[in-house]
Design a protein around this ligand. Structure first.
Ligand SMILES: *[C@@H]1O[C@H](CO)[C@@H](O)[C@H](O)[C@H]1NC(C)=O
Ligand SMILES: *[C@@H]1O[C@H](CO)[C@@H](O)[C@H](O)[C@H]1NC(C)=O
Ligand SMILES: *[C@@H]1O[C@H](CO)[C@@H](O)[C@H](O)[C@H]1NC(C)=O
Ligand SMILES: *[C@@H]1O[C@H](CO)[C@@H](O)[C@H](O)[C@H]1NC(C)=O
Ligand SMILES: *[C@@H]1O[C@H](CO)[C@@H](O)[C@H](O)[C@H]1NC(C)=O
Ligand SMILES: *[C@@H]1O[C@H](CO)[C@@H](O)[C@H](O)[C@H]1NC(C)=O
Length: 263
C-alpha cells in the first residue's frame, strides 16, 4: 500500500538530515571574522607585493593580532581559549583568509603567519590552561589585569594595562615551562580582551592597546541576522537543506516506483 510508505519517507528525510548536519557542524568555524573589514588595522607591509614573506615579518605580527581578536570573541562566548580541534582550526583560518582576501590582502599571508595546529586546545599550551576555569584555578580571579585593564585603555591606562598583562603572565604563568612565553602572553591578552575589559571587542582600545592594532571596531551590533549567522548558514543550513531536498526527491522517486509496481 502506498500510504504505508509515507512514514518511511519521513524517516529517510530525517536520517539524511541528521547524517549531513553532524560533520558540517563539527567542521564549521565558531568565529565570525566580519570585524576584519570594520576595524582600521591598515598595515602597509601586508599589501606591499615586495614585502619579504616571512614568519617574523611586521605583517605577520599584524595578522596574528587580527586573528587573536577572533579568539577573544570565541573565549567570550565559549569560555575556551583555543579551538576544539584541527579541522575547526583549519576552517577558521580559511574563513579568516576569505575576509582578508575581500580587502585584497594577498592570501599567502595566512598560511605564512598562522599554523592551524597552534590554535588547537591542548594541555601543553601554556601550563595546560584551556578554559577560563583553568585560568581562575591557576591564576586566580583577582589579578592586576582585573584591576588595570577593566575600563578605558588610552594613554597611561594602556601602559598600565600592558604592564599588568606582562607581570601577570610572567609571574603567574610560565611556572612550569619557560619556553611557553608566546603562548602565555596570548592567553593573557585573550583573557583581557575577551573577559575583563568592559568595552569588549567593539572598543578601539582593545584592538589598539592590547593587540597593537590601531583603529576602531564599529558596527559589531549592527550586523544583520544573516551576516551574524553567515557561517552557520554557509556550512550547516545550506548544505543540509540541499541534501535534504535531494534525499526527499530520491525517496519520492523510490516510493513512486514501488507504487507503480504495486499497481
Ligand atoms: C561595517 O561597517 C559598515 C558601516 O561602517 C556597515 O555598513 C557594515 O555592515 C559593517 N560590516 C561588518 C561586517 O561589520
Ligand atoms: C615595499 O617594500 C619594499 C621592500 O621592503 C620597500 O622598498 C618599498 O618602499 C615598499 N613600498 C611601499 C609602498 O611601502
Ligand atoms: C591539521 O590540518 C592541516 C591542514 O589540513 C594538516 O596539514 C596537519 O597535518 C593537521 N594536523 C594534525 C595534527 O592533524
Ligand atoms: C614560525 O616560526 C617558528 C620558529 O621559527 C615556528 O616554530 C613556527 O611553526 C612557524 N610558524 C609557521 C606558521 O610556519
Ligand atoms: C563577554 O563580554 C561581555 C561584555 O564585554 C562581558 O560582560 C562578559 O562577562 C564576557 N564573557 C565572559 C565569559 O567573560
Ligand atoms: C596607525 O599607525 C600608522 C603607522 O604606525 C600611523 O601612520 C597612523 O597614524 C596610526 N593611526 C592611528 C589612528 O593612530
Amino acid at each position: 500500500m502506498p500510504s504505508s510508505n509515507i512514514p518511511l519517507l519521513t524517516i529517510h528525510i530525517v536520517s539524511i538530515f541528521s547524517l549531513s548536519i553532524v560533520p558540517l557542524m563539527i567542521l564549521a568555524c565558531p568565529i565570525n571574522f566580519g570585524y576584519v573589514r570594520n576595524i582600521t588595522w591598515y598595515d602597509p607591509t601586508c599589501f606591499n607585493v615586495s614585502s619579504i614573506i616571512s614568519n617574523n615579518s611586521q605583517c605577520c605580527h599584524t595578522i596574528k593580532s587580527l586573528f587573536s581578536l577572533g579568539l577573544a570573541q570565541h573565549l567570550n562566548v565559549s569560555s575556551m581559549f583555543l579551538l576544539p580541534d584541527n579541522l575547526t582550526s583549519v576552517s577558521c583560518l580559511k574563513d579568516f583568509q576569505v575576509e582578508l582576501a575581500s580587502l585584497e590582502v594577498p592570501t599567502h599571508w595566512v598560511s605564512t603567519c598562522l599554523d592551524p595546529e597552534y590554535f588547537v586546545s591542548n594541555p601543553s599550551f601554556c601550563d595546560g590552561i584551556e578554559s577560563l576555569d583553568d585560568w581562575f584555578r591557576i591564576v586566580g580571579k583577582k589579578t592586576l589585569i582585573n584591576t588595570f585593564c577593566k575600563d578605558n585603555l588610552f594613554d597611561n591606562h594602556c601602559i598600565n594595562c600592558l604592564s599588568a598583562i606582562r607581570i601577570t603572565y610572567r609571574s603567574k604563568l610560565m611556572l612550569i615551562d619557560h619556553s611557553n612565553e608566546e603562548s602565555c602572553l596570548l592567553l593573557a591578552q585573550l583573557y583581557t580582551a575577551g573577559s575583563v575589559n568592559i568595552h569588549g571587542l567593539e572598543s578601539k582600545d582593545v584592538a589598539s592597546c592590547i593587540f597593537d592594532l590601531n583603529g576602531t571596531i564599529t558596527n559589531m551590533h549592527h550586523h544583520s541576522f544573516f551576516v551574524k549567522h553567515k557561517y552557520v548558514f554557509r556550512y550547516v543550513i545550506l548544505p543540509s537543506t540541499l541534501l535534504m531536498v535531494f534525499g526527499a526527491w530520491f525517496s519520492f522517486m523510490d516510493w513512486g516506483i514501488k507504487k507503480c509496481k504495486i499497481m
